[in-house]
Write a protein that binds this ligand. Structure first.
Ligand SMILES: Nc1ncnc2c1ncn2[C@@H]1O[C@H](COP(=O)(O)OP(=O)(O)O)[C@@H](O)[C@H]1O
Ligand SMILES: [Mg+2]
Length: 552
């Protein structure tokens, strides 16, 4: 206020929320996100059916997928959703846990704020806890080598428990281990396993049990002409990213033809051009043509006559995978097509998978090219199998890269809860309160695992703490939801990559601290699309135009 006059610095319609209101509101939103996914946690967690505005449905148990499908508006809630995304990208698993922990951290800080502890102190305490937690987790880690296929499989199995893939979990885990092992490579003394190199193709029909690994690539494409060979052995593959068609002009053009002879000449010329394109392919020695663009009917006819197997309109990403797999080069100008640019595969074959024809490129030059053909009764089943498989592939690749696992079933979280409390005492002061809150928040994982399995969470937590207090035997004890008791998780074969747990702690802590430090939310008035149009493109210096030169 200036002499009774309010000073307005923000545009009309801007909403602002300050201090405690802002805090409460943000924390509530973040907790709501956590509550939305909580019931899906663990092997006995339930699934959710999501219906989008178009009426499409997704049935899933995967935290990241649920949050991706929801139309979340609240800014703080959106920040929590980001945590799930990061977790998914980094580890492929642990998304629900990360979100649930973030929500729990905020819930615990709410009561600390009510007791008068300043948010910065809490956020500081959380940071210290997170650093200590990573240390403790690393101590719990168990080394796993690339050749230890048994452990790799257990990691895949743990990641897939509870994900609607039921009885086929075992077979899928084998596929995941097989696929990731075959693409992993050693670079500068470190193992790398980039699951981008594994092609996953979905086709509904059949059963989940029909899902299988193919040493090679699959294209969801049929050969363009029925007279082309169905199988080509010793395939020399031409990869072309330009069309085998007569170019259409960009501008609308008209040609006036006055007599029929001219017309015939015109058509002959077209035919000649097409013929010469096919000729170039043939001359290179190729017997398979994979084209990113279209192939003209006439060209198809000639290709078939020459015994060349051709597919068209192949995705760019598949072209690149093919280039890598067959050792061929993607050619734009047909004149550059030489035999040295061709890729090699022992066999290219069209196979009928349920009601569509697909092209299988197998026995490639590069043995690291593998694909998985995902099958299942309906589209929804296939989608959920693909998501489960993605989790499994990612966790196996993470273990191959890092070589360390920890027990699952809430064992690490309980260990953290106990040891962080001890750590808090060494820190003292108000931060200790925050560290204790952090420790308590860790218990939400075993608590929820037990709750979702219909066990008594209070009893389970007491039993778990007793077990963990016995340092020698107990630190791997967790919630054995399949047998309704607490037991050694290593013996129960429930193991997860260390990175899933460290990433989960780090990102949950970061987002909680960030939300805690916000004490003012200033939201501009939402601009309707009509207004956006009237204002012209955003940005620019338009608003500064009226300022005196000295201000710039
Ligand atoms: N057989 C099992 N027994 C007990 N806990 C398990 C078992 N399999 C997985 N878990 C635990 O379930 C939790 C993961 O549940 P999940 O629904 O996959 O959520 P997230 O999205 O966090 O991975 C982890 O804490 C994991 O250790
Ligand atoms: Mg999981």
């Amino acid at each position: 206020m200036l002499g009774g006059q309010p000073v307005i610095i923000l545009k009309e319609g801007t909403e602002s929320m300050k201090g405690k209101t802002a805090h409460n509101n943000n924390i509530m939103a973040a907790k709501a996100v956590a509550d939305a996914v909580r019931s899906t946690l663990g092997p006995k967690g339930m699934d959710k059916m999501l219906v989008d505005s178009m009426g499409d449905i997704v049935i899933t148990n995967d935290g990241a997928t649920i949050l991706k499908e929801l139309d979340i508006e609240h800014p703080a809630a959106k920040m929590v959703v980001e945590v799930a995304k990061t977790q998914d990208n980094e580890c492929g698993d642990g998304t629900t846990s990360a979100v649930v922990i973030a929500g729990e951290l905020l819930k615990k800080s709410e009561s600390l704020i009510d007791q008068g502890v300043h948010p910065t102190v809490i956020s500081n305490g959380f940071r210290l806890s997170s650093q200590e937690a990573i240390k403790i987790l690393k101590e719990m880690g168990i080394d796993v080598s690339l050749s230890d296929k048994k452990s790799l499989k257990l990691v895949a199995l743990t990641a897939m428990t509870g994900k609607g893939v039921g009885g086929e979990r075992d077979a899928l885990a084998d596929i995941a281990v097989d696929a990731v092992s075959s693409i992993s490579e050693k670079l500068d003394g470190k193992f790398r396993a980039d699951i981008e190199n594994i092609q996953v193709e979905k086709k509904h029909g059949g059963a989940v049990a029909d899902t299988h690994l193919i040493k090679g690539l699959i294209l969801d494409k049929e050969r363009t002409h029925p007279r082309m060979p169905r199988v080509v052995k010793d395939a020399k593959v031409a990869l072309v990213d330009s069309a085998l068609e007569i170019k259409k002009t960009e501008v609308e053009a008209k040609i006036q033809i006055k007599d029929p002879a001219q017309m015939q000449k015109f058509l002959d010329e077209e035919e000649k051009t097409i013929r010469s394109m096919v000729e170039k392919v043939k001359k290179s020695g190729a017997n398979v043509l994979i084209c990113e663009k279209g192939i003209d009917d006439l060209a198809q006819h000639y290709l078939a006559k020459d015994g060349i197997y051709a597919v068209r309109r192949v995705k760019r990403s598949d072209m690149e995978k093919l280039a890598k797999a067959t050792g061929g080069k993607i050619i734009t100008n047909l004149d550059d097509l030489k035999s040295s640019e061709l890729g090699y595969a022992a066999q290219v074959e069209e196979r009928k998978i349920s009601d569509s024809d697909m092209t299988f490129v197998t026995g490639c030059k590069n043995p690291k090219a593998v694909s998985i053909l995902v099958r299942g009764g309906t589209e929804h089943v296939v989608d959920e199998v693909e998501r489960a498989l993605h989790d499994a592939l990612k966790v196996v690749s993470v273990v191959i890269e890092d070589g360390i696992v920890v027990p699952g079933g809430g064992a690490p979280e309980i260990e953290l809860a106990l040891r962080l409390r001890d750590y808090g005492q060494t820190v003292g002061g108000r931060e200790q309160l925050a560290i204790e809150a952090f420790a308590e928040a860790m218990e939400v994982i075993p608590w929820t695992l037990a709750e979702n399995a219909g066990m008594n969470s209070i009893d389970i937590l007491i039993e778990l703490k007793n077990a963990h207090n016995n340092k020698k035997t107990g630190k791997n004890f967790g919630v054995n939801v399949l047998e309704n008791k607490v037991s050694d998780m290593l013996a129960a074969k429930v193991i997860e990559p260390l990175r899933v747990k460290t990433q989960m702690i780090q990102s949950a802590t970061e987002v909680a601290s960030m939300i805690l430090r916000i004490d003012d939310v200033i939201a501009s008035k939402k601009t309707s699309p009509a207004e956006m149009g009237a204002r012209g493109p955003p940005g620019g210096m338009g608003g500064m135009g009226g300022m005196p030169p000295g201000m710039m």
